[in-house]
Design a protein around this ligand. Structure first.
Ligand SMILES: Nc1nc2c(ncn2[C@@H]2O[C@H](COP(=O)(O)OP(=O)(O)OP(=O)(O)O)[C@@H](O)[C@H]2O)c(=O)[nH]1
Length: 204
């Protein structure tokens, strides 16, 4: 079973917990304890493939033992970067997070990292209090070559599921691409030995 680790990152109050819980339980819960980070786990079937999913939802309150951003970058296979369309500060925070992810693209090649990052403008239902335009979000995503959508964890269950499934598909296709790229050491070594000794044996 493929293990997928997804970090949902963003500014305080952007709706990280609301999005994760909405995806996992279909329910929108108004208030979450913001002093606890959690890792939700879920088994799901994606295109016929069993996935063991871990979703990391950090807490915004400074806390002893809390994962640092560097830890989060090393831990996750993919990222959902959330901002609140009615809060420009959360958009600035999302921009800084995207920069850090691009700069750190640990292990994976740049393209793979970009495809496993999804920028989400949450709280679209608060359009009367909008501070960040859709086009600003789209431009930030284009500049960072990642996917983008605006939605509302409060009102859009289907859109939330579709967004999570899209980023999970990208992550698992990255896994397959990495598998293909991995030089199968044993095979190439066996081939090398065979070529060397095989030839010699033949010539004897
Ligand atoms: N109107 C509206 N409110 C939302 C939406 N998503 C989350 N909220 C509210 O925004 C507040 C913060 O939501 P959380 O999910 O706790 O946000 P968070 O990013 O996990 O917050 P921290 O844990 O403090 O970092 C809560 O009061 C939610 O009810 C949404 O789509 N629309």
């Amino acid at each position: 079973m493929a293990e997928v680790k997804l970090a949902v990152l963003g500014g305080s109050g952007a709706g990280k917990s609301a999005l994760a819980v909405r995806f996992l339980t279909r329910r929108f819960i108004g208030e979450y304890a913001s002093n606890a980070e959690c890792i939700y786990t879920k088994h799901l079937c994606l295109d016929g493939r069993q996935i063991h999913l871990e979703i990391y939802d950090p807490c915004s309150q400074p806390q002893r033992g809390k994962l640092s951003l560097t830890d989060e970058l090393h831990w996750a296979d993919g990222f959902i970067i959330v901002y609140d369309i009615s809060d420009r500060a959360s958009f600035a925070f999302a921009k800084a997070l995207l920069y850090r992810i691009r700069e750190s693209h640990i292990g994976g090649c740049k393209k793979m990292v970009e495809s496993s990052v999804f920028l989400v403008g949450n709280k679209q239902d608060l359009c009367h209090m909008r501070e960040v335009g859709w086009d600003e979000g789209q431009k930030l995503a284009t500049d960072n070559k990642c996917q983008f959508c605006e939605l509302s964890a409060a009102e859009h269950y289907q859109e939330v599921v579709a967004m999570f499934m899209k980023v999970l598909r990208n992550i698992t296709s990255n896994f397959k691409a990495k598998e293909k790229r991995r030089p199968s050491g044993s095979k190439s070594m066996a081939k090398l030995i065979n070529n060397v000794f095989g030839k010699r044996r033949k010539s004897v």
